[in-house]
Design a protein around this ligand. Structure first.
Ligand SMILES: [Zn+2]
Length: 381
């Protein structure tokens, strides 16, 4: 199942250095994944490729993000994206936009409100059919299968490109489906500033500005602008256009390479420290609440990771709460998942928030609907 990558897909280099190793338990299996850096062009990627995460079917039946849940935050994120894109709105004759990996369609909706004629691509069946019911044109297949004549002024990849196993083929298709004056919008986590939970097995490639630029050079495109006004340095947003001339792939400077390796090593050490803290925090909560009913809030990827990190948690919890209607009436590791509107009725003694990125937001949300002294954070962001 695992596939060793011998050559860097961008520069053809064969000299890689291991910068991050992680073992994860997901859906009952244990997976080791290594992130390596290409010593010529600086591309960071998982090597060897780990079977289940790296084929399209992995996403077919599961949306991995809970975009329909806490709307406030995603609304802001999408506004930030569209503001950056709209700086160039006047350059286009037509305003057609394709969102690749459009998930539950929040970005599509906002872009549409800002005057774009929108279409989406989404291979996850659940989101695809719900968007089609809402009247959106959404294709259930990768971009390369769209008819050649379909052209867009803007093609967007919002937190999608890092999940795709053949970025050159994907960017080539994007370039082919852009109008001559068209722009590509790409948002990825910034590998120059890795944070906790930055490296996950789903992120097959981890990009920096230089490696993004090299990827674009391979398909005859170039960065037009890097957004300086994102939600922090951890997010990399670029707009790219077709190049007028062919550009070679650039070699990364020794200094920059060293700084990338250093920041990854620091991230690795920080993450180990964080894991120890989380285990300790869980043990304290369990110890102080013996005999009480304990639930996790959040039944997504984070809960999976948490139960992998500390399996004893599963023995101590009675179930999960979640805001995503998709998870309700299902089970996770044999425990029930309830919707947050059932909180009062079930009345748990303790709720532990199982989310890193949305911990504060969930906490504030629970404050309004439940007794906040029964709610525990794991990270205290
Ligand atoms: Zn390379």
């Amino acid at each position: 199942m695992d596939k060793m990558i011998e050559e860097c897909c961008i520069c053809g280099g064969q000299d890689f250095k291991l910068i991050f190793r992680e073992t994860k338990k997901i859906s009952g299996g244990t997976y080791v994944f290594n992130n390596v850096i290409c010593m010529y062009c600086g591309l960071i990627f998982i090597n060897p490729r780990v079977g289940i995460f790296h084929h399209a079917d992995y996403y077919k039946h599961k949306g991995i993000f809970h975009l329909e849940g806490e709307k406030g935050r995603f609304h802001k994120i999408n506004l930030n994206r569209i503001e950056f894109i709209n700086k160039y709105k006047n350059r286009f004759k037509k305003h057609t936009l394709l969102d690749v990996g459009c998930s539950s369609g929040e970005f599509l909706t906002i872009a549409n409100q800002f005057g774009w004629e929108v279409e989406g691509i989404e291979v996850t069946d659940f989101y695809n059919s719900s968007l089609q019911r809402k009247g959106f044109v959404v294709y259930n297949q990768p971009l390369k299968f769209l008819p050649k004549h379909k052209r867009y002024s803007l093609i967007a990849y919002c937190a999608v490109l890092e999940h795709l196993e053949n970025p050159i083929e994907e960017m080539q298709s994007a370039c082919d489906h852009l109008t001559e004056d068209g722009l590509l919008f790409i948002e990825v986590p910034n590998a120059e500033f890795p944070t906790d939970y930055f490296y996950t097995p789903e992120h097959i490639f981890n990009y920096t500005i230089p490696s993004m630029d090299n990827l674009l050079a391979k398909v005859g495109m170039e960065i037009k602008e890097v957004n300086e006004n994102t939600r922090g340095k951890y997010v990399l947003q670029v707009l790219a256009k077709k190049s007028s001339r062919k550009r070679p792939v650039s070699k990364i400077s020794a200094q920059y390479l060293e700084s990338l390796i250093k920041s990854s090593e620091k991230n690795s050490a920080d993450q180990n420290q964080m894991k120890e803290k989380i285990i300790c925090r869980l043990e304290t909560i369990f110890e102080k609440n013996k005999g009480k009913s304990i639930f996790l809030y959040g039944a997504g990827q984070h809960a999976n990771d948490l139960l992998g990190l500390h399996p004893r948690t599963l023995d101590r919890i009675e179930g999960f709460f979640d805001s995503d209607p998709k998870s309700i009436d299902k089970t996770l590791f044999g425990k029930p998942i309830y919707h947050k509107t059932n909180l009062r009725e079930i009345s748990p003694d303790v709720i532990i928030i199982s989310s890193f990125a949305f911990e504060d937001e969930i906490y504030n949300n629970l404050k309004e609907i439940y007794d906040i002294d029964k709610v525990f954070k794991l990270y205290e962001n």
